[in-house]
Design a protein around this ligand. Structure first.
Ligand code: MEV
Length: 429
């Protein structure tokens, strides 16, 4: 089978037909296909969290057209919001015109924080802790021999002095820990807790918190795309490629300069990021916290992406954000859909997953800025929203598209009108 992710007209198939295409693409067995159809069972959910009474489903869509570092990907996205999967697929098609996305990432290093209080001389305590570096790192590495054997483990210590906090001066010890293919929260927290008594002994202070930081700014993923201006043209809406490219750069400049706009701009990026993070069973709150803290790292909250033009006039976009995600541990291997989402993606490491997610975030931003800078966001939204309204009004099967089309044509995407149309079409058949 041709392994291109450029699946033209994928959206026109039924869910079952799409599932068959994806199954063939990703070599899923019949059992795996059945598992995808079924999703998480109550018994499985009961092993994940407390007081379970049911499971809560979300649609799992597949973003198509992604070409990343020369390789084709189908990207599973779990999300309740219409337009996100369609937007990502459309933007990936635009990016394809220039060769797709190019990505890179840092080593998967997380930061664990140990808070030390009650010190008379912060500077002297710092010197003593740094002098004991080898001992502390060795103790941290004793906690998880498996990750050390896999090439991860404690890498470095850093000391930060907070001279003036509401609770007085404090010393913060950062344990830099390479988590390899795990998200790493448990490993890092365990290591921090294990180090605490020795940190107290060496520093002469009192340890309070021992917990990882979600500002994972040593675990960054980057993606970049270069799009020929002609690919951006929308003659049907009266926009030349030049207009659209210029519009995207101006829209980005707004977010770069204004936190009110940057919050919405980054929310659009996180539509793409979170949907993949959720599909793969990763901790989207951790990723959200990291992304927004990183966006504010200069002291002023700003855009996670950049858009500009290169010397040939092509539109050039890039993103950089912390992405603490794993492909082992947590729900990634326990949640049946997450496990299969990883198989569909075909990623071989946490870094590769983070890079794919960065590309999805950049694509989502491109889709949003393109629409906002040209015809506006509502038209596409309304088309998709109309389908949901049609279903809510009782339409099913091919009636859904017919009712939705009427709602859009009439410019009234409302439940009461949808119910009238459903009744009219149903009685006419
Ligand atoms: C909506 O979920 C996301 C957008 O608001 C993002 C943006 O404004 O860039 C469309």
């Amino acid at each position: 089978m041709d392994r291109s992710s450029r699946l033209s007209g994928f959206y026109q198939y039924s869910p079952e037909e799409r599932l068959r295409i994806v199954a063939e693409w990703a070599d899923l067995t019949e059992d795996e296909v059945a598992t995808l159809r079924q999703g998480l069972s109550v018994a499985q959910g009961d092993k994940m969290i407390e007081n379970v009474v049911a499971t809560h489903g979300l649609p799992l869509g597949i973003a198509v057209n992604f070409l990343i570092n020369g390789r084709d990907y189908l990207i599973p996205m779990a999300i309740e919001e219409p337009s996100v999967v369609a937007g990502a697929s459309y933007a990936a098609r635009l990016a394809r015109a220039g060769g797709g996305f190019w990505t890179e990432s840092t080593e998967p290093e997380m930061i664990g924080q140990i808070q030390v209080l009650g010190l008379d001389d912060l500077h002297a305590a710092r010197e003593r802790l740094l002098a004991a570096r080898q001992r502390l790192l060795a103790l941290a590495n004793e906690q998880d021999p498996v990750i050390v054997r896999l090439g991860g483990g404690a890498r470095e210590l850093e000391v930060r002095l907070l001279d003036d906090t509401p609770a007085g001066p404090m010393l913060i010890l950062h344990l830099i820990y390479d988590c390899r293919d795990a998200m790493g929260a448990n490993t890092v927290n365990t290591a921090c807790e294990a180090l605490a008594p020795l940190v107290e002994e060496i520093s002469g202070g009192r340890v309070r918190l021992r917990i990882l930081s979600n500002l994972a700014d040593r675990r960054l993923a980057r993606a970049r795309t270069v799009i020929p201006v002609e690919a951006l043209a929308r003659p049907e809406d009266g926009f030349s490629g030049e207009d659209v490219a210029q519009g995207i750069v101006e829209a980005w400049a707004f977010a770069a300069a204004d936190p009110y706009r940057a919050a919405t701009h980054n929310k659009g990026i996180m539509n793409g990021v979170d949907a993949v993070v959720m599909a793969t069973g990763n901790d989207w709150r951790a990723v959200e916290a990291g992304a927004h803290a990183y966006a504010a790292r200069s002291g002023r909250y700003t855009s996670l992406t950049r858009w500009g033009r290169d010397a040939e006039g092509n539109l050039v976009g890039s993103i950089e954000l912390p992405l603490a995600v794993g492909i082992v541990g947590g729900a990634t291997r326990v949640h049946p859909t997450a496990k299969l989402a990883l198989k569909i993606l075909g990623v071989k490491s946490a870094r590769e997953l983070a890079e794919v997610i960065a590309a999805a975030g950049l694509a989502q931003n491109l889709a949003a800025l393109r629409a906002l800078a040209a015809e506006g966001i509502q038209r596409g939204h309304m088309r998709l929203h109309a389908r949901q309204v049609a279903i809510a009004a009782g339409a099913s099967g091919e009636l859904v598209e017919r009712v939705a089309a009427r709602l859009v044509a009439e410019g009234q995407v409302r439940l009461d009108r949808a119910a009238e149309i459903v009744a009219e079409l149903a009685s006419g058949e």
